[in-house]
Each structure stands twice: as structure tokens, then as C-alpha cells.
Write a protein that binds this ligand. Structure first.
Ligand code: NAP
Length: 587
């Protein structure tokens, strides 16, 4: 038996560390690790112990005997990697990274701004040092960022990483300040006065515009807004989504484009058992959309979607849920344009499949670029041009219009051309990249970045782990050198300041009350959770849980104004008694 890495791999390398025979590659430090779509198990070396499956935070590793039909292609995908990149010689030992220790004595306090994957991986890495305690801030009353609001509801296995986040947040020394808008409620200067280091992990909050006429018409939306809408993001619940159109067009062919194409063509009953938000689910159930056209301006070899996501689409076609049509444009065909790789083979298989009349369809179209959106006040169509590929002066393959145009009739155009980071209050900003300028995560001693605000909107959930580790290494350098120590002495002062500015803020217990309520409501309907989508309701649930706890016989009254406050960070705990060593999933 061998284990196989499948679709939802987060590439955070927990499995690599767990594997006793070093049969999972590329490993951190090896060529290709930073850009790997997934990691791969070498069937020839795998001893079938299952340590990798236990360590995997997103339940992506399975024994070959348990693969579902739509996961079968991953056997070949894992094997093909080793045909191309044999890893010889392989030391038959697990890689145990050396744990760096702080050279400087004392206790240190770090504020992390943003409770998404980058923030939580940063907190986790900092908390391997018993001298450091971490406060994680978020504007919203709930954590987990894009894992909660960005991962598609039909990818519930990916959301299993929340279990890892749950372990991170229960470590001594960890504390949440949720519902606190840093830059508005408290300033960077105020945080810097109370912490030894401040790390921004606020992601990339906007979407990139297309910059073509008609983009502001009703019916032209950003795919990232649509994703936030069906995932229950509180800021996106007023989005006007009119699904009374037979065809939707998605511009761009990255993984977000495939996510929205799948959701718009999904069987509503299959989505009903996910954590999709209730009203969007009802709207999708009534949707008239029968066809989603995904436009890629370049060819199949340049497509931004990853192979695992194409396998997912292919699996839906195999299962008869949708038809997938592949269209390479008038100038090309898959034989001449693709390589001899799995991506091209999958596309060819899809292109060869017969269509079933009446079935919902995803059209994956290449060599087609948008020109303008048509309509008076609302979108009635999109004019597109055929393209051909050329090399520009930098050696990059670019799409150039052939001059031929065509109108695709549609009432809904979604731009899925990438996220973009906006300027963050009090931080420097690089207009070109939409990121904060930094050196290995250090903006200056005392101020740091990790995640998309640091490296731009690319990569997978686990990519944030290595990114966070690099930033934490710079924080440790600055703590050790004394460049940033000595400011974070008075814990009571920051609690008083936040309580004054954001009296409603939530700690871990407040988030847990929301989480428990969502799970309770979901359970009644056979769903993992029924998301609360309004901030006021989340606060009400967190407050009433606090009040109920306080009325229990023998309960200690909670501190004034703090909702769901956790105990103070681990000051005063002898380091040997700090429980984190037993609680952490190491990786
Ligand atoms: P992305 O991967 O950067 O893809 C953007 C797409 O938009 C590309 O196809 C790009 O084409 C196209 N594009 C850009 N400007 C365009 C224009 N003016 N006209 C037409 N097309 C244009 O962005 P994303 O899909 O938003 O994903 C962001 C990151 O999140 C990625 O790293 C992605 O893998 C990750 N993500 C992962 C998952 C998953 O693992 N399941 C799910 C969602 C997102 P060119 O290549 O020609 O520029």
C-alpha cells in the first residue's frame, strides 16, 4: 500500500516532517517546494505507515485503497512527479528541523494583525518560543480569513485546516482581540508602544479590475466578492447577484475562476450539506445559469489553474454532474499547444468527452481576451477577441489580439483576474505589487509582514507557513540583537486601551461561542455549520454565551467589558509547564 497526496493539499509540509522514510517531496529547501501545486508521495519508498495522513492538516493524504474514482488520477500524478524528479539519494530518516532558541532572556509580546492562515502560522511559530506571547487582532469578530471566506464550500476537506488553527489558538500565550480594527480603533503607534513586535498579516483585500469599458454595469461583479457572498462574509451579504441568466462568463482562468464555475454549475442539493451561507444557497437553487464560460487569454500551458483543480473539474464531468467543454480558439489545438503533461492529457480527455443535452456546462476557453462589456445599465454581453501567443522582451509568453472579435451573450460577468493588496493605514506601500516593501518580512525592526501583504496574492494555505517562518526568524533576530525589545511590558495597559476603543471585542471564548452556535445550527440540518453572517448576531451570540456562563452556579463573573476573554498570556508560567508542546501539530 502507498499513500497518495490528493486535491486539497495545502503544501505546508507537515507530512514531510512526519514521514519516517522521507518519501514526500519536494521538501522545504528542495527546488520546487515554494511553487509546488501539491506535494507528492513516492510509492517506491512509502512504507504505508500513515504518519503523513495523520499529520496532514487538510485531510489530503489517503491510502491508495481508499481513493474515490475522481481521486484516482492522483496516483499517476504522484508517480509522474518521481519519474521527472527522482530524489536520490534519500536519507531514510525524518527531517527534524533544529529548533532555534532565543539567545536573549526575558519575556516578549508580539501583536499579529490579521487572524487568517498567515496570522495563525505566524503565531504558531512564535509560540514555539516559551518567552513569547502573541495577541492576534482581527477586524471581524471571527478568525480564519480566507479559509472561512475564500475556500469553496464544496472543498470542505480543505477547511479541515481549521482543526490545526483550533490547536494553535488554545496554546498558552495565545490571545485573540477579535472585532478590533487596527488603523481605526487602535493605531500602529499604539500597538508599537505595547508590543516588542507588530506583524501585519492582513492579506490582499481587493480584487484587480479589468480596466475595460462596461466594467461598472449591473451584472459585472468581482469573483472574489461572489466567493465572499456565498461563503457568508459579513461585508458581502448585500452584493446584488442576479442569477436570472442562462450563461455566466468568468474572465481569468485561475483557481478562483474554477471555484466559481463549479459553484455556479453545482447541484444545489450537493451544496446543501456544506457550510455555504443560507441566502446565497437559496439564490443558487433558483439560478437560471446553465453554462459558465471561463476565459483564458493565453493557452493551456499558461493557464493559471492548478492540476488538482482540473482533476476536480474532470471528476465532476466523470460523475455526470456537469459537462466540461474545452475550446482552444480558432488558431490552436491541444496537440500543438499543450505539452505531454498531465494538464494537457486531462484537457484532451475532457475535450473528447461527448456532451449530454441539458446538462450544466463549464466551457474552458483559451486564447480569448475580454474587450468590453455590453449593455446600457446592465450587462447583456461581453465582446471578446481571439489572441495568439508571442514572447515579449522579458521572455514572457503574452497574449496579443488577432483582431477577430465576437460577442458572447450573458447577463453575468465575473472578473477573476487576481486579488490585489490595498494600502494599509500606517504602513508603506508598493503601488506596483500592491504589497508592503520588506526585507524577508522585516519592514523595519519592530514592524513585520507575512502572507499576501508580504509576497502578493499567490500560493496555497500552507504556503503561508514557510512565509511566516521567514518573518519570525527576522523577529527573533531583532529580539536577540535588542533592536526591538523592551516595549511590551504592561499587559494591562493594552487590554484597557482595546476595551476603551472596542468595548465589544471578543477573545477566544467569544469566537468559540460563535463556532459552537454555528455548528449546533448546522447539525440540525446535516451541515458542518450554518454560518452567522451578520456581525451584530455574532456579537449577540458571544455576549449571551458569556452571560449564560456567568449565571451558572459557582461561576466566576467575567471581567468587565471583555467578551469571551481568555486568561492573560503565559507570563509567569514556568516554561516547562506550558502545554504547547503536547498540543501542537508539529511541522
Ligand atoms: P491567479 O491565479 O493569479 O489567476 C488570475 C487569472 O487572471 C490568470 O488566468 C490571468 O491570466 C488572468 N488575468 C489577469 N489579468 C487579466 C486581464 N486583464 N484579462 C484577462 N485575464 C486576466 O488568481 P486567482 O485565481 O485569484 O488565485 C489567487 C491565488 O489563490 C492563486 O495562487 C491560486 O492558486 C490561489 N487559490 C487556490 C485555490 C485552491 O488551491 N483550490 C483556490 C482559490 C485560489 P494570465 O496568466 O494571462 O495573466
Amino acid at each position: 500500500m502507498t499513500y497518495v497526496v490528493t486535491q486539497s493539499c495545502c503544501a505546508d509540509a507537515s507530512c514531510v516532517i512526519a514521514c519516517p522514510v522521507n518519501c514526500i517531496h519536494p521538501a522545504p529547501g528542495e527546488p520546487g517546494f515554494a511553487t509546488a501545486e501539491i506535494l507528492y508521495v513516492d510509492a517506491n519508498s512509502c512504507v504505508g505507515c500513515g504518519a503523513c495522513a495523520t499529520a496532514c492538516p487538510v485531510e489530503a493524504i489517503k491510502p491508495d485503497s481508499s481513493l474515490t474514482p475522481d481521486e484516482q488520477p492522483f496516483l499517476a500524478i504522484n508517480a509522474e512527479y518521481y519519474e521527472c524528479f527522482p530524489h536520490q539519494p534519500r536519507p531514510p530518516l525524518a527531517i527534524v528541523p533544529r529548533q532555534r532558541r532565543l539567545a536573549r532572556e526575558g519575556s516578549f509580546r508580539v501583536a499579529v494583525v490579521g487572524a487568517g492562515p498567515a496570522g495563525l502560522y505566524t503565531a504558531d511559530d512564535l509560540l514555539t518560543h516559551p518567552e513569547i506571547s502573541v495577541d492576534v487582532y482581527d477586524r471581524l469578530p471571527m478568525p480564519y480569513g480566507l479559509v472561512r471566506a475564500g475556500v469553496a464550500p464544496d472543498h470542505q476537506h480543505t477547511k479541515a485546516v481549521e482543526k490545526l488553527f483550533g490547536q494553535i489558538e488554545q496554546q498558552p500565550g495565545f490571545r485573540y482581540f477579535l472585532g478590533v480594527d487596527v488603523g481605526h480603533d487602535v493605531s500602529l503607534a499604539e500597538l508599537e508602544a505595547h508590543y516588542d513586535a507588530v506583524v501585519y498579516t492582513v492579506g490582499a483585500s481587493a480584487d484587480r479590475p479589468l480596466g475595460i469599458p462596461g466594467e461598472d454595469l449591473v451584472g459585472s461583479l468581482s469573483a472574489t466578492d461572489l466567493v465572499g457572498w456565498y461563503n457568508g462574509h459579513p461585508d458581502k451579504q448585500d452584493l446584488l447577484v442576479d442569477l436570472d441568466t442562462e450563461r455566466a462568463v468568468v474572465v481569468g482562468n485561475g483557481n478562483v475562476a474554477l471555484d466559481v464555475a463549479r459553484i455556479l454549475t453545482a447541484d444545489p442539493t450537493a451544496l446543501e450539506t456544506t457550510d455555504i451561507a443560507a441566502l446565497p444557497w437559496a439564490a443558487l437553487s433558483r439560478s437560471s445559469v446553465r453554462e459558465v464560460v471561463v476565459l483564458g487569454r493565453r493557452g493551456p500551458s499558461e493557464a493559471a489553474f492548478t492540476v488538482p483543480e482540473l482533476v476536480g473539474l474532470s471528476g465532476l464531468a466523470e460523475a455526470g454532474v456537469i459537462d466540461v467543454v474545452v475550446h482552444v480558439g480558432s488558431d490552436g489545438d491541444l496537440d500543438t499547444m499543450g505539452g505531454d503533461d498531465i494538464r494537457t492529457r486531462l484537457l484532451k480527455d475532457l475535450a473528447a468527452r461527448p456532451r449530454t443535452p441539458g446538462r450544466r456546462t463549464v466551457v474552458v476557453r483559451f486564447l480569448t481576451a475580454p474587450v468590453r462589456l455590453l449593455g446600457d445599465t446592465r450587462v447583456t454581453g461581453i465582446e471578446v477577441t481571439g489572441t495568439r501567443l508571442e514572447r515579449n522582451a522579458d521572455g514572457r509568453t503574452v497574449a496579443v489580439s488577432t483582431g477577430e472579435t465576437e460577442v458572447i451573450e450573458t447577463g453575468l460577468v465575473l472578473r477573476a483576474v487576481g486579488y490585489r493588496g490595498l494600502p494599509v493605514t500606517d504602513l508603506p506601500y508598493d503601488e506596483v505589487t500592491g504589497t508592503v516593501p520588506h526585507d524577508q518580512g522585516r519592514v523595519r525592526p519592530g514592524l513585520y509582514v507575512a502572507g499576501w501583504v508580504k509576497r502578493g496574492p499567490t500560493g496555497f494555505i500552507g504556503s503561508n507557513k514557510g512565509c511566516a517562518q521567514e518573518t519570525v526568524a527576522r523577529i527573533l533576530d531583532d529580539l536577540d540583537s535588542g533592536a526591538t525589545t523592551g516595549r511590551g511590558a504592561d499587559d494591562g495597559a493594552i487590554v484597557a486601551l482595546v476595551s476603551e476603543r472596542s468595548p465589544q471585542f471578543l477573545g477566544l471564548d467569544g469566537w468559540r461561542a460563535i463556532d459552537a452556535e454555528e455548528r449546533r445550527r448546522g447539525e440540525r440540518r446535516g451541515r458542518p455549520r450554518a454560518k452567522l453572517v451578520e456581525v451584530s448576531e455574532m456579537l449577540r451570540v458571544a455576549h449571551s454565551a458569556r452571560d449564560t456562563d456567568a449565571r451558572r452556579p459557582g461561576a466566576t463573573p467575567p471581567p468587565r467589558q471583555r467578551v469571551g476573554a481568555t486568561s492573560p498570556p503565559g507570563r509567569g508560567y514556568p516554561s516547562v509547564t506550558r502545554l504547547r508542546w503536547g498540543l501542537r501539530r508539529r511541522g
